[in-house]
Ligand binder design. Structure first.
Ligand SMILES: [Zn+2]
Length: 250
């Protein structure tokens, strides 16, 4: 959710925003199964410097659906044209290979005028989801997001230089392991803990972060550099939620 109050209700389903009415209680489920990355591997995934990319065969699946999932958070938008495709397979334990693939992904879509998300599933499947200017509907992949490492682009000119509320909310909900995103300036990541983060917990933490940033902007504006408002919201919310958040220049 953004500071300007752009929440929206799509097909009766809450996807973020200040207009939240009653958060749905989600029963805790068991700890997600992930192939843990080491601190070293995590660093490599975020600040990667790979040399070549994996060969991906194209195995097309097109599908449309309701819009939720990730987005820049700048504008609510509905599109019928979100699609996904399986682009290949990878050894999920080979984090160098994933970093190389993501390097290629970033290069491929840096100038794109729509969002894309590349998803590495724990079983080795690699998907790309294609969205619109403001969102990419990773919900299309359903359970395949669980335990995944994924990255999406924010369209140049639309980025808030961090994750949107929708990115945080959808990553927690779909049980992503590491979610990353990038824009023309930065690459950022969230590594999720094993503990279950219910929609309530995530929402409350984000609201507190949003209020605290709002308070600082009002009374101590020198604390938050211009352009880093959303970075601060996400940083504070992640800290409270036990999510490892970082942002690096690209
Ligand atoms: Zn996003």
């Amino acid at each position: 959710m953004t500071a300007d109050g752009l929440g929206n209700i799509i097909q009766g389903k809450y996807t973020g925003g200040s207009g939240k009415e009653s958060p749905v209680k989600v029963p805790p489920v068991g700890a997600k199964v992930t192939n843990k990355v080491t601190a070293e591997e995590r660093k490599e995934l975020l600040s990667r410097n790979p040399v070549n990319v994996h060969n991906s065969s194209v195995d097309k699946f097109g599908e449309s659906g309701i819009i939720s999932g990730r987005g820049s958070g700048k504008k609510p938008y509905i599109s019928e044209n979100h699609t996904y495709e399986k682009i290949g397979e990878i050894d999920f334990s080979d984090k160098k290979a994933i970093a190389r693939s993501l390097q290629e992904f970033e290069h491929k879509y840096i100038d794109s005028d729509i969002e894309h998300c590349r998803v590495f599933c724990p079983n080795g499947e690699v998907y790309e989801v294609h969205g619109d200017r403001f969102r990419v509907n990773t919900d299309l992949l359903g359970d395949k997001m669980e335990g995944s490492i994924n990255e999406h682009n924010h369209v140049i000119g639309e980025s808030q230089y961090s994750f949107s509320w929708e990115d945080l909310e959808s990553s927690a909900k779909d049980k992503s392991y590491i979610s990353m995103a990038y824009d023309e300036k930065f690459r950022y990541s969230m590594t999720f803990p094993d503990t279950e983060l219910t929609e309530d917990i995530v929402y409350e933490a984000y609201k507190r972060a949003e209020n605290s940033v709002g308070n600082d902007l009002k009374f101590y504006p020198e604390r938050i550099p211009i352009g880093d408002e959303q970075h601060e919201r996400i940083k504070r919310a992640c800290k409270e939620l036990g999510i490892k958040y970082s942002r690096v220049p690209r």
